[in-house]
Ligand binder design. Structure first.
Ligand code: ADP
Length: 807
């Protein structure tokens, strides 16, 4: 290393001790200098480098051989060199007088041109009696780096103090290395307490869990645990996130955790849960109240409606009859309102559960529409519907609820339309596997609804125009109920309308396709293909719908919008030798009516090849009779189902072996068997009403005023059927039924029991069946309802009661 080797030679061997001592001392000094962390540079009085240790070689990038003998100025960058040399000269001039003053700062120059900061300590020395200046030069680069890193760490930690969340760093043994202010605040500790080596509070006794397990798991899996909530003190909650801290070698070196206090949130959640419970209890109470209210109102309503009906069958003056008819219609509308309110509250309370069953869509629509056709036709309205052929015929869904919505929308359309048409169209909107989204659109040509009222009418008890309502009547609940039902079926209800230009209400619903379902359209029939048909109807929608149906089957169609136009088309066809085989004729047309058109056709022998089918809006038996006289093959009342039309056409064209429909059996007591009915009912009016109704049907009635009496009568007598009120004093209908079923155990006997209840809440039916009843009728009960129930059960009930039970 040092080339300065002559100094290490013993100079005075014969001097003995002093020479040896000096040499040993020098050797030791050299060794110390070589071990020093700092560069050692020695210059002579002329400022020339005379000594240079190995650290100096590294720091300045120059081997001793290159440094020694050079002026010290080479150690600083050129721009500082002059100043440096002059300073150095001054120090050298001072010689031994120079008093070192603590470290000096110096920019130094590496051989490769890189500059670095140094700290310099100088002191005067002597070498072989010659003056020297010794300097220790310390490279500050590394220290600066460490200082910066430390400052950054401090900054980083002070940023952590701004965090709302508690932050703590631990080593692997759980000693805390750093904690931010929020941590100390949440756990109510001073920083000194947290950083105390004995601080193990973090891992101590939280209320609900052993938090140490959490750390163990993080250590074992290496995976962080996020937002784990626990009760760290009674009534105080926090969420903790723990992850492993790793050193630069990737090894686990400790943990970092974030803690968020969640006490307030937890309290909110608890309050919310309590509020929810309370709301549910209130809603439960509300539906109980409704069930009771409905019972309380329906019971007297039963009396009013039933007794009015009975009174109407007696000898009355015109005036009395008129009064009673008014009573009955008022009672009917009151009952409708009660049903609406009850229904709305049920939907509101989430009490309506859908009952999906397989059903035939067209059948369901036709049943709804035919019921309303009478009202529509009375007003002179066309009422038609069309189901797109790609809509499957067999669906699974709640047909009763669908009908309820259709009845409401179509009913409204009829109510608010003076003239024109009401058209229902069903299209397929979306298909996902076997789930189908259908769109129902009910269009009318009625009064329409102003834009500003369109949103309001879906609210409960809201009507577009209150002055209108007096004219049309209604509760304003129909659309509110419909909207909720549609939502329940996964769809939406909305409308398009303009005052005076009619309205279209659309709604969508999800259904499932029944496994075997194809489209509504019957397969095109070879026998119908190519047959020419003429549709004569003044209503364009009707013509369009009928044409769509016929074309589906491959028929060739022509249209005419009036009788004369139709006759002209017939004549043209004869001339063109493309005779028309089938005429579908609307009965009610302005100018020439359908009947007149047929009369004209019949007087022209050249039209004799055509088969005529009458499509009518009015079910008037007089015109039906006239049609038969005129040889009309078929008389169909609109709206017409696809299947129905196809069948009628095939029959009319003689393609089907016509089987004469069995004549309907005349109704009346003479034809239903005389039954022995046990009636359990506590209300005097209802007792009287039901008794009279049953007797009028020709049955024998035994009365029981409560459940106990009912059981006793049943044991004592022979009955075919029991009608059982549900709410009765002493022993209610459920309990009475249970006793009867118990007593029947072990025998083959089973008496049909039909519940009669004024409760109309969902679940009541299930309760009745669960109690052992066979069926359920809802009050107020009419003669038809009772007759239908009797029809269903009288056969089964005619079985003789086994002897064993008779006692
Ligand atoms: P309401 O029992 O009164 O008919 P709805 O909820 O069914 O109750 O209807 C609310 C209101 O919306 C009606 O009173 C009427 O003003 C308006 N409306 C509903 N359907 C129609 C329609 N097709 N044409 C015009 N107005 C309608």
């Amino acid at each position: 290393m040092s080339q300065h080797s002559d100094t290490s030679d013993p100079t005075a061997t014969d001097d003995g001790l002093p020479g040896q001592t000096l040499a040993a001392l020098e050797k030791r000094t050299r060794a110390v200098l070589e071990m020093a962390f700092d560069a050692y540079v020695e210059v002579d009085r002329a400022g020339v480098i005379r000594d240079w240790n190995s650290r100096a070689e590294v720091a300045f990038g120059r081997p001793a051989s290159e440094a020694i003998g050079q002026p010290a100025g080479i150690l600083v960058p050129a721009r500082h060199r002059e100043a440096f040399t002059s300073d150095l000269e001054k120090i050298l001039a001072a010689g031994a007088e120079f008093v070192p003053e603590g470290p000096l700062r110096m920019r130094a120059l590496h051989r490769d041109g890189r500059e670095f900061s140094t700290e310099l300590i100088l002191y005067p020395a002597e070498h072989d009696g010659e003056y020297r200046l010794s300097g220790f030069v310390r490279d500050l680069t590394e220290r600066r780096r460490l200082e910066n890193a430390l400052r950054q760490l401090e900054d980083h930690r002070s940023i952590l103090n701004f965090l709302e969340d508690g932050y703590i760093e631990l080593d692997l043994r759980g000693n805390s290395l750093f904690a931010n202010d929020a941590y100390c605040r949440i756990f109510e500790r001073t920083r000194e307490e947290v950083l105390d080596p004995n601080y193990t509070k973090i891992t101590q006794n939280p209320v609900s869990v052993d938090i140490r397990e959490l750390f163990k798991q993080v250590y074992e899996t290496g995976q962080p645990i996020k937002a784990f909530e626990y009760e760290y003190k009674p009534g105080r909650f926090c969420e903790i996130t723990v992850s492993l801290k790793r050193g630069t070698d990737g090894k686990a070196s400790g943990y970092v955790t974030l803690t968020r206090e969640t006490t307030r949130r937890k309290q909110h959640e608890q309050e919310l849960a309590r509020a929810k419970d309370a709301a549910e209890a209130a809603s439960q109470a509300k539906s109980e109240f409704l069930a009771n209210m409905s019972h309380e109102i329906r019971t007297p309503m039963n009396g009013i409606i039933g007794m009015t009906e009975l009174a109407l069958t007696t000898q009355l003056s015109e005036e009395q009859r008129d009064f009673l008819l008014t009573v009955r219609s008022s009672a009917d509308s009151l009952l409708a309102i009660i049903n609406d309110i009850l229904d709305f509250s049920k939907v509101e309370a989430g009490k309506v559960a859908l009952d999906p069953q397989p059903f035939d869509l067209e059948e369901c629509i036709a049943a709804s529409m035919k019921g309303m056709a009478v009202a529509a036709h009375r007003q002179g309205l066309e009422l038609v519907f069309h189901v797109d052929p790609e809509v499957p015929a067999e669906l699974i869904g709640d047909a009763a609820r669908l009908r309820q919505v259709l009845l409401n929308l179509v009913g409204n359309s009829i109510k608010f339309t003076e003239s024109g048409e009401v058209v229902l169209q069903v299209t397929l909107e979306e298909r996902v596997d076997n789930k189908l989204k259908l769109r129902f659109s009910v269009h009318d040509t009625g009064i329409g609804i102003a834009l500003e009222q369109q949103a309001r009418i879906f609210e409960a008890f809201e009507q577009a125009d209150t002055s209108m309502t007096r004219k049309y009547g209604g509760t304003g609940l129909g659309l509110a109920i419909s909207k909720r039902i549609v939502r329940l079926m996964g769809g939406e209800l909305w409308l398009e309308s303009q005052p005076g230009a009619g309205s279209t209400f659309h709604f969508t619903c999800w259904f499932s396709a029944a496994s075997n379902s194809a489209g509504v359209a019957p397969v095109p029939l070879e026998e119908l293909r190519g047959i020419r048909a003429l549709i004569i109807d003044d209503n364009a929608t009707n013509r369009w719908i009928v044409e769509k149906m016929l074309r589906q089957w491959g028929m060739a169609t022509e249209q005419a919008e009036s009788g004369p136009a139709g006759l002209a088309k017939l004549a043209q066809a004869v001339v063109a030798q493309e005779p028309i085989r089938l005429i579908l004729l609307d009965e009610q047309m302005p100018g020439m009516s359908g009947l007149e058109v047929i009369e004209r056709i019949r007087t022209h022998p050249r039209f004799s090849g055509a088969t005529v089918m009458m499509l009518t809006s009015a079910d008037q038996s007089s015109s039906a009779a006239r049609c038969r006289e005129l040889g009309v093959e078929s008389y169909l009342v609109k709206p017409i189902k696809v299947q129905e039309l196809q069948l009628a056409i095939r029959k009319a064209l003689g393609m089907l072996q016509e089987s004469r429909p069995a004549r309907p059996q005349p109704e009346g007591p003479a034809h239903s068997p005389r039954l022995r009915i046990l009636l359990a009912e506590d209300n005097a009016v209802n007792q009287k009403l039901a008794t009279v109704l049953f007797q009028k049907m020709g049955h024998a009635v035994t009365l029981a005023a409560n459940g106990g009496e009912a059981v006793a009568h049943w044991r004592a007598g022979l009955f075919d059927l029991i009608f059982m009120d549900v709410q009765m004093p002493e022993l209610d209908g459920f309990e009475a039924t249970r006793r009867i079923r118990e007593l029947e155990q072990g025998s083959a006997g089973h008496i049909p029991i039909i519940a009669m209840t004024a409760r109309a809440m969902s679940g009541d039916r299930d309760r009745c069946l669960a109690a052992g009843m066979d069926d359920y009728v809802c009050k107020p009960v009419s003669r038809q309802v009772l007759e239908r129930a009797i029809e269903r059960y009288s056969v089964a009930g005619a079985r003789p009661k086994p002897e064993v039970l008779a006692g």
